[in-house]
Write a protein that binds this ligand. Structure first.
Ligand SMILES: *[C@@H]1O[C@H](CO)[C@@H](O)[C@H](O)[C@H]1NC(C)=O
Ligand SMILES: *[C@@H]1O[C@H](CO)[C@@H](O)[C@H](O)[C@H]1NC(C)=O
Ligand SMILES: [Zn+2]
Length: 407
């Protein structure tokens, strides 16, 4: 099964793409550039295609920060330089960068299921939390599911595993629901999505870090107890499992899901994954309502408030949202000095159609509907070294704690 799948993935690769012995693309000799374009996006996008370059990120916000980050394959470097764009080199060798991410490490394999005498007990005994060493490496998809199960087993009376629909390739979109002393689903929701974009591995690790610390600190940190007693958390660390798996087996920089498309509509909910997480959000909205929604992305270090679709439209409580975002940024910076830029999506980053924070502002309203772009600002980009997982978790945790105490 595994083998057949690998064959299917390798077959469509174009000639010239190098793969390692496990069929994963390697990016030896690719250089990453930050290119300043003069607003002529369409022309630039056409050039990217002719160079077989990979678009990593773009910023179309303020005129003085507009840029594209792109990875250019070695055979196109001369052609790229001949175009004479104003460009800064971010990475000399993307292949070497990816090596710094480290190997995918299997889950330490704790047997956390309650067995024997405990299985018959009326109240399941809490297992120990999984080892914190989880956050020292990136991990295969299957191990993320085991990790979630282990978190649940460590907080058995205040959590359950949840599923928000099914991916294109048939994987359940899994997550965890945590609650406090009021009991299950008795409070407004805090709803987090990670890894909407497949290649943004730091997002699932960071969202899992926050989940871990919520459970770890519930009994001894009054602020954590307060937020869990006042809100129900619904946390989906990997909402694009097919794409995530594909980045691990084949194409590290894959962004989307794995649906074959003939002409995309771009409308919200046009993939099974979007439909699943949107429907789940609608259910939360119709229940106790949503206090906070965050769509976790990387990279760029931004905290983004609504709207994406328009640079002039104002969301409810816009100035309060923007002030909160700024203060969250300050709380983050206190931990390791990491600077996040904050502001409205459209004017800060680029105009987006069908963005999830717009949806959760207008359609199923969350009081705060944000997107956060995690580390870094381009040095390592999507392939953030594993030794930054814990610092990213620590600063994000501090930012969320500020937000929960002040929203
Ligand atoms: C609460 O206890 C956990 C587990 O022992 C520990 O890791 C954490 O630092 C403690 N938090 C506080 C605020 O003391
Ligand atoms: C605006 O913020 C206040 C708190 O300052 C809150 O009570 C209210 O629900 C918010 N309104 C909307 C539409 O989110
Ligand atoms: Zn993203």
């Amino acid at each position: 099964m595994r083998f057949l799948r690998a064959v299917c993935f390798i077959a469509p690769l174009v000639a010239g793409v190098q793969v390692d012995r496990r069929g994963r693309e390697v990016y030896h000799g690719y250089k990453v550039f930050r290119v300043l374009t003069d607003g002529d996006t369409a022309d630039f996008e056409a050039q990217l295609e002719s160079l077989s370059a990979i678009e990593l990120s773009r910023n179309r916000g303020h005129i003085d920060t507009q840029h594209f980050d792109i990875a250019v394959p070695p055979e196109s470097l001369d052609a790229f330089h001949a175009l004479n764009y104003e460009a800064e080199t971010l990475t000399e060798d993307l292949g070497a960068d990816i090596a710094l991410e480290g190997e995918l490490e299997p889950f330490p394999g704790l047997e956390t299921s309650v067995s024997g005498a405990n299985a018959n007990a009326k109240v399941a005994a809490a297992a120990a939390l999984p080892s914190f060493s989880w956050f020292s490496a990136y991990h295969p998809y299957a191990d993320h599911l085991t990790f979630l199960k282990s978190l649940q087993a460590a907080f058995p009376s205040n959590s359950e595993l949840i599923t928000a629909g099914t991916s294109f390739e048939g994987r359940a979109i899994q997550g965890i629901h945590l609650w406090g002393s009021g009991g299950k689903a008795s409070k407004p929701a805090i709803y987090y999505h990670g890894n909407v974009h497949a290649r943004e591995w730091i997002t699932s690790m960071t969202v899992e870090y926050i989940t871990y610390q919520l459970i770890n600190n519930y009994n001894n940190d009054t602020a954590v107890k307060a937020v869990l007693d006042n809100y129900d958390f619904y946390i989906l660390p990997i909402v694009n499992p097919d794409g995530f798996v594909y980045t691990q087996t084949t194409t590290r920089l894959w962004r989307k899901n794995r649906q074959t498309r003939s002409g995309t509509t771009g409308a919200p909910g046009d993939t099974p994954e979007n439909t699943g997480i949107r429907t789940y959000g609608d259910k939360l909205g119709a229940g106790k309502g949503i206090k906070l929604y965050i769509d976790w992305h990387s990279y760029g270090q931004y905290i983004l408030t609504p709207y994406g679709y328009s640079c002039s439209a104002k969301a409810p409580n816009q100035s309060r949202q923007d002030t909160l975002a700024k203060n969250v940024g300050a709380a983050i910076a206190q931990v390791h000095g990491t600077r996040f830029t904050t502001g409205q999506t459209c004017s800060t980053l680029y105009a987006t159609a069908g963005g999830s924070n717009d949806y959760f502002t207008d359609v199923t309203p969350a009081e705060l509907a944000w997107a956060i772009e995690l580390r870094d600002t381009g040095t390592n980009g999507f392939t953030l070294p594993a030794n930054q997982i814990i610092p990213s978790g620590e600063e994000s945790w501090a930012g969320q704690k500020y937000l929960w105490a002040n929203f």
